[in-house]
Design a binder for this molecule. Structure first.
Ligand code: MLT
Length: 389
């Protein structure tokens, strides 16, 4: 069997590789605590589950779904954007349903970037931006996120010759993996930059609802004129504990959504309409309290983890958003060595920062999505192992 050469340029998907390692160590009888992936362990709201059960029985939903998404779902997304961000979008042309935001993020690259083009990819970042750029034969240009700048990219540092070749700029705030947040003024700069160089701004807003200490994350679309150059990817996964449901949305520029639709219609046939209808229930104002409760839960967990690590004398900056702690490796190891040792010696899985890009070297990412008692136990084991190593 002869696979395509393009696979050689692609590392194994970080979280799939991690899953495999966790399974191996578990098979050897170790009680592994998995802080490697951001996958909430608490259930989806009951009303949303019941809504899916009821809608799944509707035979009209057993047929092919709409390619761009059920109008009820797109309307619910538009209402949510207006309620939450004050952003008015047309559900008919400026909202598209996705089979999870990951799918849309991967596919939009195929609609815009080809060999010879550049895609501006933050480093470190969610691995999908880079992976699909490479698959599409375009060139990822790493835009460094450093702690000195609050993990916000310095767009002025991108050489104009590179910017002129760029088709897409990816941004993601609240940020995975660093936990940094961005103010609206930063998005204003990004919109201006994209307008100047005719670049599509793709903002991954999957963690927009997960913020701490009262910070309210803006949408990139709040910036005046953003819709001329931007598409925002959003997801029901994190705020409503729905990672397994695969439901997300792309919101923004209609021409960009049409281009994305051209790739999608040739690739998939849309998400099960019953899932989208349950998504309508999730996005309603009655679940705002549920989402606020998630914020309290993760903030409390963040504080427990930061306190435990600081008690061990380790340097750690509390994240302002997303549900990850971005920890400097407390010793002379690479990120991968430290992650492997934690897994093998302490039974705790974390993501090595280097899996998010070169600039992630020297860090590991801890997810706050496991129950409190397990998280406390994981911190105890991490500190113990880190001090012994
Ligand atoms: C993460 O842990 O970064 C994400 O949840 C993984 C994903 O969305 O694929």
């Amino acid at each position: 069997m002869r696979t395509a050469k393009r696979l050689h340029a692609l590392p194994p998907y970080l979280f799939a590789a991690l899953d495999r390692k966790v399974a191996e160590v578990r098979a050897a009888g170790v009680d592994v605590i998995n802080l490697g992936i951001g996958d909430p362990t608490e259930p989806t709201p009951d009303k949303v589950v019941k809504s899916l059960q009821a809608h799944a029985a509707n035979p009209s939903y057993h047929r092919y779904p709409s390619y761009i998404g059920a109008l009820q779902f797109r309307t619910a997304v538009a209402s949510y954007y207006y309620r939450r961000f004050g952003v008015a979008v047309d559900p008919e042309s400026e909202v598209m349903a996705l089979i999870g935001s990951k799918e849309g993020i991967g596919h939009i690259i195929w609609a815009f970037a080809e060999p010879g083009d550049v895609v501006l990819v933050p480093d470190p970042a969610y691995p999908v931006y880079r992976a699909h750029t490479v698959l599409a034969g375009a060139e990822p240009y790493p835009v460094r996120l450093v702690p000195e700048r609050g993990f916000l990219p310095d767009l002025n540092n991108i050489p104009p010759a590179v910017a002129r070749r760029a088709k897409i700029l990816f941004l993601n705030y609240p940020n995975n993996p660093t936990g940094a947040v961005a103010e609206k003024s930063f998005f204003r700069e990004a919109v201006e930059f994209c307008r100047q160089y005719d670049i599509l701004l793709c903002h991954d807003a999957a963690y927009a609802e997960i913020t701490y200490d009262g910070f309210v994350a803006p949408s990139a679309l709040e910036v005046e004129g953003a819709i001329d150059v931007a598409v925002e990817f959003n997801s029901l996964s994190k705020p409503y504990n729905m990672t397994g449901w695969r439901l997300g949305m792309a919101v923004g520029n209609r021409h960009a959504l049409n281009a994305l639709g051209q790739i999608k219609t040739n690739t998939d046939s849309g998400q099960f309409t019953a899932i989208q209808m349950a998504g309508v229930d999730a996005l309603g104002p009655e679940h705002d309290g549920f989402v606020a409760e998630r914020r309290r839960l993760y903030q409390d967990r963040r504080d427990r983890v930061v306190a435990a690590l600081r008690k061990a004398g380790w340097e750690v900056t509390p994240p302002k958003g997303a549900f990850y702690v971005w920890l400097r490796v407390p010793g002379p190891w690479t990120a991968e060595e430290f992650a492997l040792r934690l897994l093998e010696r302490a039974g705790v899985a974390v993501s090595p920062g280097s899996g998010f890009g070169e600039a992630g070297e020297g860090y590991v990412r801890l997810s706050l999505t496991v129950p409190d008692a397990r998280l406390d136990e994981a911190c105890r084991r991490i500190v113990e192992a880190g001090q012994q190593l």
